[in-house]
Design a protein. Structure first.
Length: 434
């Protein structure tokens, strides 16, 4: 019988700022084999929202299996460092959420359970998941380090009132059109598009897509950092130039890192924003669905697709199991529960994301026009970030370089091809040598 429970809304926040913090986790499982510790990423508008979403599901799991799940929701600013500390100390949780872009980096630690055919079979089989989501679960050719939990992609969200006031009839499809649209809006204290200039992971997501559109990969086929190619430099400069040269981004956005651009959008201060499934955040800001529209993220010309027509990274959250769990059977049961059709429907609806499970994706809850754009993008024009062990370092050093360039732009300092290349060269020197 299908259980019916209320969903609590939230919004996806992907802000990665590495900070040192102590490790917590499930070290008591040897004495409590019927207990699991679960580290959940902060998906909602607050940690408390996540607890309200997740706790009823964990209670239901305990009712069905007799296994109690101890929940800790961890902010994105702490999550990666907490996980890395756990991989070295051995005192981590049993089950955890990870950003899908970290899969290969965390896989290289050897601390996560490999998802071989036996483990996949225990949760219903690998073929239940869509290919785009599986593409961000670890190094190609190796057993995945995690399984997909929530899927997302970037799209262009536009404020209908601000478009109407500026006489704009339809959303832009190319970057030239976006700049022209942004300039029509950018006056009288209002701005064309918002960015999160101090959000390292968001910076990487955006410049990765610009990089694909300029034919840059950021890593060579043998895994070496390649941040200073002409395409990579052009990608970073084009993104920062939205503020530095085109003047359609408010200088204050250089300091944004915690969804402030979404707040500006909802308060009619910014006409557009590139984001992953922000509908629940808009709702929490008092903005109804009728007040905003969504369109595929822009490309240089033509229509979105593969290669240089890529317009999003494959975004999402994966679920992993620590290899040294004292309750592997319970951990597998929990992953199976969380990736079941019913839980996938409930959780992804709550967070405004798309289920990476094929059958759950067909639920009517995901048939609306907003999520249709996300589904189509994931299926046709999104690409996975490099699945290399150094990916997390890439996010940190290049994300910081972009942050510094936005700071230069906000301060009125020139952002030139030479200054961009110098920042990226410095970032490349900080990467591990091969």
């Amino acid at each position: 019988m299908r259980r019916i429970r209320a969903a609590v809304t939230g919004a996806v926040t992907l802000s990665l700022v590495l900070t040192a913090t102590a490790c917590g986790g499930g070290g008591d499982n040897a004495s409590q084999p019927k207990t699991l510790t679960y580290w959940a990423s902060n998906q909602g508008s607050s940690l408390e929202v996540d607890k309200k979403v997740l706790q009823p599901e964990l209670d239901q799991f305990e009712k069905e299996t007799g296994i109690k799940v101890k929940l800790e929701v961890i902010p994105w600013s702490d999550l990666l460092n907490r996980i890395l500390t756990a991989t070295t100390s051995g005192q981590g949780p049993d089950v955890l959420n990870i950003g899908n872009t970290w899969s290969a980096s965390l896989q290289s630690t050897g601390a996560l359970l490999p998802w071989d055919s036996k483990n996949f079979q225990a949760i219903g089989g690998k073929d239940r998941f869509v290919d785009s989501a599986l593409g961000s679960t670890g190094v190609p050719g190796q057993d995945p380090a995690a399984v997909p939990l929530y899927s997302m992609a970037y799209a262009l969200y536009y404020n209908k009132k601000m478009f109407k006031d500026a006489g704009i009839e339809k959303p832009p499809t190319t970057w030239d059109e976006l700049i022209a649209t942004g300039k029509k809006i950018s006056k009288d204290g209002k701005w064309g598009i918002g960015v999160e200039g101090s959000n390292l992971s968001n910076n990487i997501h955006q410049v990765f897509v610009f990089g694909k559109q300029h034919g840059a990969e950021f890593f060579t086929p043998d895994g070496k950092a390649d941040f200073t190619s002409d395409g990579a430099v052009a990608a970073v400069k084009q993104y920062v130039d939205l503020m530095a040269t085109q003047k359609i981004v408010a200088p204050g956005n250089a300091e944004y890192a915690q969804n402030q651009s979404l707040s500006d959008f909802a308060k009619d201060r910014t006409g557009m924003v590139l984001w992953q499934t922000p509908s629940q955040t808009f709702a929490s800001q008092g903005m109804s669905e009728e007040e905003w529209g969504v369109a595929p993220a822009p490309v240089q010309s033509g229509k979105p697709g593969q290669g240089t027509q890529t317009n999003s990274m494959v975004a999402g959250i994966n679920m992993a199991v620590f290899k040294n769990t004292k309750n592997l059977d319970g951990a597998l049961k929990f992953v199976k529960f969380m990736t079941s059709d019913e839980e996938q429907t409930m959780l992804n609806k709550a967070y405004g994301s798309v289920p990476p499970v094929k059958s759950a994706q067909k639920a009517p809850e995901f048939a609306g026009p907003s999520l249709a754009v996300i589904r189509d993008t994931l299926a046709t024009s999104a690409a996975a970030l490099p699945q290399v062990p150094e990916e997390s370092q890439f996010e940190t050093v290049v994300g910081t370089a972009v942050k510094e360039l936005f700071a230069d732009a906000a301060a009125g300092r020139a952002v030139t091809t030479e200054s961009v290349r110098a920042k990226l060269d410095k970032a490349q020197q900080q990467m591990p040598k091969k």
